[in-house]
Write a protein that binds this ligand. Structure first.
Ligand SMILES: Nc1nc2c(ncn2[C@@H]2O[C@H](COP(=O)(O)OP(=O)(O)OP(=O)(O)O)[C@@H](O)[C@H]2O)c(=O)[nH]1
Length: 413
């Protein structure tokens, strides 16, 4: 698995914030000592970071991450301005309502569309949050301290030795965070990652609420991870091909600009792909593109793979001449040709011409094989990267004309 795929895997997206949260809990004493003289500043940092996330979420189309941050900034404001530890009387009501409503609102974001904050949907959700704040303040005015203390002792089961949070709140945060992690694991949207990160750190925050600086530290950690997630998703959108999940044309153009010394460029093209698409449908065609990318990824021969466009891929091998790359490219060609592709989704194919029906029925019972042609050129006789690429393209053209399913290097053709 490449480093890029590792970072993108749901397990990493769940495990990395979890490891950070555990580390934060374990080293809180040392961190508090380190930051003792910057108390005021540390308390302000979450506002700055969440405001930055909200601002960036708009142009980068990460509406859910923006809404998560909006919820966090408001909750953090309530914590800093209305909650005093140790929790007593009315502070207990604020704490319980906040520690209940925040995770539930965050969980709700999993089910909502990923729309920008400055959209009709985003504004409606913001008003919904505001409504809850109004309800909270009305409730506060109508509850007496005696009611609160009775509720606290009878139903919420405080665990003063473990945490300022009552047992029910700890369990609620715990289960909601696990549920969110499962959504991230099985669905894996960007918004799922944002909700999970925030739920995880708010759970830690409510668990160790009475520790100095802990609300500020957990909130800051969550905000930093949200910022990284926004930057990462926009990088992905710009540089990674969404279908095959390998770097796209823009990445290739940048890579080409930086090529020097010895290198080889291979241009790879799926044979008769138009016919394949026409016969089995565009969606099956997409599956083939993903499969070829996957086969290339499994054994890259230390090359970097890009989707050049359409059904064409490029591999750049640094520090190798074309001859040294031939065994790998030939083995890739053979592996693709020998791969028995089962046509899975017949019902979702577009309606096809009558003449293709027989071919389709045949495919219901049998597997299909595809082939690729490859053109190779290196920097031995040509030093300008664009020209090496043109030479590889020319070699690919020769491979196609020579009958396809072959690797051609013009120097040795
Ligand atoms: N399914 C799918 N098809 C694509 C995609 N991008 C390009 N294509 C199709 O790829 C086909 C490329 O066809 P051609 O360039 O004529 O080449 P070919 O049929 O592979 O023929 P040869 O290259 O000569 O073997 C076109 O039908 C495009 O519609 C894509 O992302 N998904």
């Amino acid at each position: 698995m490449s480093l890029y795929n590792l970072f993108r895997s749901s397990l990493f997206q769940i495990g990395f914030p979890l490891a950070l949260a555990i580390q934060l809990c374990l080293s809180q004493e040392q961190i508090f000592t380190l930051l003792a003289s910057y108390h005021e500043l540390v308390n302000v940092v979450p506002y700055i970071l969440f405001a930055l996330v909200i601002l960036l979420s708009q142009p980068f189309n990460q509406g859910s991450t923006g809404l998560v941050s909006l919820l966090m900034i408001l909750s953090y404001y309530v914590i800093q301005n209305s909650l005093i530890v140790p929790l007593e009387d009315m502070n207990r009501v604020i704490f319980v309502l906040l520690a209940t409503l925040l995770p539930i609102n965050l969980l709700l974001i999993h089910a909502l569309p990923d729309k920008r904050i400055l959209s009709r949907f985003g504004i409606t959700f913001s008003l919904f949050i505001l409504l809850q704040l109004v309800w909270l303040s009305i409730l506060m005015q109508n509850l007496s301290a005696t009611d609160v203390n009775w509720l606290w002792q009878s139903f919420l089961k405080p665990l003063p030795t473990l945490s300022p949070s009552p047992l029910i709140i700890i369990l609620l945060s715990f289960f909601i965070t696990i549920f969110s992690a499962l959504i991230l694991l099985f669905r894996g949207h960007n918004s799922d990652q944002a909700v999970y990160i925030t739920l995880l750190f708010t759970s830690v925050m409510f668990l160790s609420f009475n520790q100095a600086l802990m609300p500020a530290l957990t909130a800051s950690m969550a905000a930093i991870l949200l910022l990284i997630s926004i930057i990462n998703s926009s990088h992905e959108l710009a540089f990674i091909d969404q279908l095959t999940e390998v770097p796209g044309r823009r990445s290739l153009e940048i890579e080409i600009k930086h090529l020097s010394g010895l290198y080889t460029i291979a241009m790879i093209d799926i044979d008769h792909f138009k016919h394949f698409n026409d016969t089995f449908g565009h969606r099956t065609g997409d599956e083939v593109l993903r499969l070829v990318a996957q086969l290339m990824n499994q054994n890259k021969g230390r090359g970097r793979i890009f989707r050049y466009g359409g059904e064409e891929f490029t591999i750049i091998f640094k520090g190798k001449n074309a001859n040294q790359c031939m065994p790998y490219l030939n083995s890739l060609r053979t592996r693709v040709a020998e791969y028995d592709l089962k046509i899975r989704d017949h019902t979702s194919r577009p309606v096809m011409g009558v003449g293709l029906k027989a071919e389709m029925e045949k495919a219901n019972n049998e597997s299909v094989n595809i082939t690729i042609s490859i053109g190779v050129a290196d920097s031995v006789s040509e030093t300008i990267p664009e020209n090496v690429m043109k030479a590889a393209d020319k070699a690919l053209y020769r491979a196609k004309n020579g009958g396809r399913n072959r690797v051609t290097n013009l120097r040795f053709a």
